[in-house]
Write a protein that binds this ligand. Structure first.
Ligand SMILES: [Zn+2]
Length: 156
C-alpha cells in the first residue's frame, strides 16, 4: 500500500469525453456508419457454417487517407487472433448489403478451408476447394459482377 502524503485538496474533475474501456472500444469496431458487421457475421455463420466460427471478432479496418492505386483489398482474416477486417471503404451507401455479405463470406470461408502448401514455403489460399465453395454462395455471380463494374470507385 502506498502511503499517501498530505496533499493539496484535490478537485474532482470529470472528463468531458470519458474514454471507453479497451474491450468496449474493440467491440464497437464492427459498427460502421452504414453497416454493422456483427449481425451480418452472425447470420452468415449460422446459415453457411453451422456456427463453426467461434469467438471471431469482425471489424472495420482503419480509415485511410488515400485510395489505393493498383488494387483494393476488400477484407483480411487473421486466423491466429480470429480477427476479420473489412475495408472501411465498403462502409458507404452505394455498396449493396449483398455485396458486403459476399466479402464477409469470402473471409469466413478462409477459416474453414485449409490453405495448400506449395514449394518453398509458399501457400495457396484460394485453392480449388475454396473456389468451389465460394461459387456455392448464393449471389456469388452478382457480387463478382458488381465488383468488376465498381472496382474503379475504390481506386485512385
Ligand atoms: Zn481470399
Amino acid at each position: 500500500m502506498a502511503k499517501s502524503k498530505k496533499t493539496k485538496k484535490k478537485t474532482k474533475r470529470k472528463l468531458a469525453h470519458p474514454k471507453l474501456p479497451m474491450q468496449r472500444q474493440l467491440n464497437l469496431l464492427h459498427e460502421g456508419t452504414h453497416f454493422d458487421l456483427r449481425p451480418m457475421f452472425d447470420n452468415l455463420n449460422k446459415r453457411y457454417f453451422r456456427g463453426r466460427l467461434c469467438r471471431y471478432k469482425v471489424m472495420w479496418g482503419r480509415r485511410r487517407k488515400h485510395r489505393p492505386k493498383e488494387y483494393f483489398i476488400f477484407g483480411t482474416i487473421q486466423e491466429q487472433d480470429r480477427v476479420i477486417r473489412i475495408n472501411r471503404a465498403l462502409d458507404q451507401p452505394f455498396v449493396p448489403a449483398w455485396f458486403l455479405r459476399y466479402v464477409l463470406y469470402h473471409e469466413m470461408l478462409h477459416s474453414v478451408v485449409p490453405d495448400e502448401m506449395l514449394s518453398q514455403g509458399r501457400r495457396r489460399v484460394h485453392t480449388e476447394e475454396f473456389n468451389r465453395r465460394e461459387r456455392q454462395f448464393p449471389g456469388y455471380r452478382r457480387a463478382r459482377r458488381w465488383e468488376e463494374q465498381n472496382l474503379s470507385r475504390f481506386l485512385r
